[in-house]
Design a protein around this ligand. Sequence first.
Ligand code: GCV
Length: 715
Amino acid sequence: MKRRQARNTKMQAVALTALLFSLATVVLAEDGYRLWLRYEPLPSGARPTIAAIVAAGDSPTAKAVRDELVAGCSGLLGRTIAVAERVEQDGTIVVGTPKSSPLIAGLKLPLTTLGNEGFVIRSAKLNGRSVIAIAANTEVGALYGAFHFLRLLQAQQPIFPLNISQKPRLQLRMLNHWDNLDGSIERGYAGRSLWNWSELPDKVDPRLRDYARANASLGINATALNNVNANAKSLNAEYLRKTAAIAAVFRPYGMRVFLSARFSAPMELGGLKTADPLNAEVAAWWKQKADEIYALIPDFGGFLVKANSEGQPGPRTYNRDHVDGANMLAAAVAPHNGIVIWRAFVYDMKDGYDRAAAAYDNLQPFDGKFAANVLLQVKNGPIDFQPREPFHPLFGGMPKTQLMPELQITQEYLGFSNHLAFLAPMWREFLDADTFAKGKGSTVTKIADGSLYNQKLTGIAGVANTGSDRNWNGHHFAQANWYAFGRLAWNPDLSSKQLADEWVRATFTNDPKAVRTLTRLLLESHEAVVDYMTPLGLHHIMWAGHHYGPAPWWDKERRDDWNPTYYHRADEKGLGFDRTKTGSNSVSQYFPAVRDRFADLRTCPENLLVWFHHVPWDHRLKSGRIFWDELALHYQRGVDWVRTARKDWDALSGVIDAGRHEAVARKLAIQERDAAHWRDACLLYFQTFSKRPLPSGVEKPQKTLDEYKAKSLSW
Ligand code: GCV
């Protein structure tokens, strides 16, 4: 019986590989769908010996492990690598858990400290043969191990001998989708939502499996399906059944589903008169709702909540506080081991207030008061996913609260899916930032991974950039941001260079020259975007509403703090928001070592200068140039970078497949147009205050300021 099963599995594997190959030749002009999981044949000199795959277990996850290794190894080695029943040849891969595989059990590998998601990849001897063992305590751990092994192969890393042992540094590695129930996506630039609500639960788009597989390849293990600007309907019985169908597809890939919860749902769905978190009926409603959800989705992750922010209801609507709200929901999901992720993106408009200080002012006083199953989700910077921000002062500022960084993968303020902007360097800057909370070396990473304050529950979230576009992310290079986020969530110490290198090799090519060019472009791109959008600490000067293109002159929004003029404060004297003692003093929210550095114009990092200071136009910078000249040259530098990037990209036309080459070339042309527009519009406008000429080296603007003011950039 067992033998027949194995033979069937082997035949299935051969058929699967044959299918993959025929698909590869017939259907797959490169369109980006396969992401970093293309498994194209390695150069013939770089193919290690892999003979067969011995994979135990019949569960959906075990099947996913087996399919991935067969497809990956076969693709990369350019020949069918089949499933075998036993180890008979050198170079056999043996994968499984001690429970599912007697071979793995026999190897007695050191798995005890690796938890539910870690894995070991080791060269070993079995039956006198050299094998590669991929072992874990759970099948999902084995899946992560399989993906890691394939990553090594793709990046042409040596695989004999191997001695790798890994486990994720953060527990919850999560995508937050801002997807609406009507299929639109808030701040989404890659088509429509992947969740086909109208067809669910009867029909589940097969693409959802590919989405889960891509996430699992990085170690992403959770996803919040719906927008934090939530519709209560997502919690009704009909939608919960739809969510359960999605959860069933994700489960084999180790992904748990969360839902954004609208705080007023007890009124909208339950017909209650209030959503006051201290009202017994309200608490009972949420408890019953949690029970209903867990009956359908036993591994449901929990709720993500945006409360009392940008018009969303919340506890303060009822004169209660954030802790009352979060802990009431936390109590509802606690019996099911659920989690509440409470967002710290809260800013109240008060006269003369500094928005950058608001989240800290609102949340910090509650340090130590949140329940054990609450995570406070804090954006990387104190304003809102700007091209560059200093780290959020809540990191380090709430030692008794479990914090969870929120990053934005979708490029709301970074050129949507039109601009090449690799965000790993920006995230590195944030993760490496030293808060000095417990002296030197108190980095954000150590807060996020729980090591600084011995935090029990850890996590990180990225606002997803996925959509129904064939290439998932709109721009082929935007895939690199999904990739980098997932890898950093697993190991927040990975370097931007390694991430770029891995991604380029898996996604495009192993051609050495192309790898060098593409990794360089990736690594330089974020700084270039900062240069042509918001150099030297400028922020939030985008066109209001859509946030594409510049509008530093804009002052018509209902709320002052939605206007660019509020943020840059340009006048005859200079530019920038004074956040020191002579201004809002929000710099005092940082620990003294950081505060003093930021607060002194001489020591403040120049790339954050006008974030913290109102800088005189003639202030001398390290370059010896005055501030105005430096600002103008930064804008020019950004444009120059895009021009050179276009040339670099054009030179790769024979190396990169025609489909993707052309698509990226088109995007880079838009990026150059936009960069020049940013430079000209911003410099013309700021020049009305600085009253100085453009320094030499900066090109003459293409249009007049009035023309730039008349019409926003279109995407
Ligand atoms: C989901 C910014 C965005 C909003 C977003 C909000 C948030 O303000 O512009 O679209 O809303 O952040 O993070 O809640």
